[in-house]
Write a protein that binds this ligand. Structure first.
Ligand SMILES: *Cc1c(COP(=O)(O)O)cnc(C)c1O
Length: 407
């Protein structure tokens, strides 16, 4: 076991637990979490839960990503030690800040929690009375400026603190909107192409008016450079999910940025109670697991990983295109889940199957597989959440169902 661990360490770029050094046989979901020590209690089986191959992506509803061995080792190891919660946060915060070119950082209960706590910090500073008072904003600023196209569901993380959103479209709108009550300017990274004001100008407007800027880039690695890009650019607060492509704990995220704001944000977070953030607890195992996930993510060979994704997508495309009436298309979203997607479409005159039927057949099959909609008579899938060799099972199962439904 020791030599195996060493080997795993040397193969630092290994993206996932299991498979490669194991039997070589693709693992079922229940087995994958810990193939090293086969559990005495298979809880997935015991409770009759459906585990599945995730060819969909990092969806919260699908439990997003699987933590790699390095992260699970960290969680297991630290679970045997007591450490003061603030001391873990202090140390991990320093390390994360250094890795991501930020002044300071803290681990939060996901990107959403990072946004709530970050906004709280901006509103209250280190004033304990104000911290206790939230979300009652009496005596505090109460408005956050958001571009109209960025004002979607995620903004609720900001309004949790009691603030209201002021919509703008142009830089001139921002100049007009700023007043004594303006607390912050919030930017939703994946909506950047739809907004009139781009990143640099948003930051510049914030600096001009002395208003802190925050960016939500929850799902926006890869590319890895995004981890420091927005800190370098001058955003005062940067929020990211830990349990998406970084494969940290699903219930962890990172808030990083200006030292004074991170310090203030932490005053609304556990272990302190009587605050709006008390319910957003992250335990020491997750905090340390988040740090290791980030560290491992930064260190991995990203070009090699990208090539593997392309190869897997090409493999699936090759197999399913063998079926007459099937076409495929590869695309990569510019921002958010920036990874190759494969759209598989079929001619309904040749293959009698709706998209919903296809999804249901894959879901009910053995092993169960989740893909996403690609439109009418089309499904879409990703490969970045697959365990080794699962692309073969996915390709085979999709081709099987397409063949069965041939007219
Ligand atoms: C996933 C996501 C969030 C929430 O992140 P969690 O880590 O699940 O809290 C916020 N904003 C965007 C754009 C997201 O994609």
């Amino acid at each position: 076991m020791i030599s195996r661990r060493k080997l795993l360490k040397r193969l630092g770029s290994l993206p996932l637990i299991g498979g490669v050094l194991g039997s070589g046989v693709p693992l079922t979901g229940a087995m994958a979490a810990s193939e090293e020590t086969s559990p005495k209690r298979d809880i997935v089986k015991e409770l009759g839960l459906r585990s599945f191959i995730n060819a969909a992506g990092t969806y919260t509803a699908m439990t997003a990503s699987l933590m790699p061995k390095e992260v699970m080792d960290t969680i297991n190891f630290s679970s045997r030690h007591y450490i003061m919660l603030d001391e873990v946060q202090d140390k991990v915060g320093e390390k994360i800040a250094a890795l991501c070119h930020a002044e300071a950082a803290t681990v939060t209960a996901g990107c959403w929690s990072a946004m709530v706590l970050g906004t709280a910090g901006v509103l209250t500073g280190t004033d304990r009375d104000k911290i206790r008072q939230l979300p009652n904003l009496e005596g505090m600023k109460s408005e956050v400026i958001v571009q109209k196209s960025h004002n979607v569901g995620y903004v609720h993380a900001i309004t949790n603190t009691g603030v209201s959103v002021v919509e703008v479209e142009t830089a001139a709108d921002v100049d007009r909107a700023v007043n004594d009550k303006t607390a912050m300017m919030w930017f939703l990274n994946y909506q950047a192409p739809d907004g009139k004001i781009k990143h640099e100008e948003w930051v510049a407007l914030g600096k001009k008016h002395g208003i802190p800027t925050m960016i939500d880039m929850a799902a926006d690695v890869p590319p890895v450079e995004n981890l420091w890009k927005y800190n370098d650019m001058g955003f005062d607060l940067v929020c990211i999910s830990g349990g998406k492509a970084m494969k940290g704990p699903q219930s962890a995220g990172i808030l990083m940025g200006r030292k004074d704001l991170i310090e203030a944000a932490r005053l609304s977070a556990p272990p302190r109670g009587g605050t709006i953030g008390r319910g957003m607890k992250v335990n020491k195992e997750e905090i340390l697991g988040m740090y290791v996930a980030l560290d491992e993510y930064i260190k991995k060979d990203h070009e090699k990983e990208w090539q593997e994704w392309e190869d897997k997508v090409a493999y699936v495309a090759g197999v399913v295109e063998e079926v007459e009436g099937v076409t495929t298309e590869v695309s990569v979203p510019e921002i958010a889940n920036h990874t190759p997607y494969l759209k598989i479409s079929w001619d309904p005159n040749k293959i009698n199957l709706t998209r919903e039927q296809m999804q249901e057949k894959l879901r009910q099959g053995k092993p169960s597989i989740e893909v996403i909609s690609g439109g009418d008579h089309a499904i879409s899938m990703t490969v970045f959440m697959l365990r080794p060799k699962e692309e073969r099972i996915v390709a085979k199962r999709i081709a099987e169902e397409l063949n069965i439904a041939k007219v």
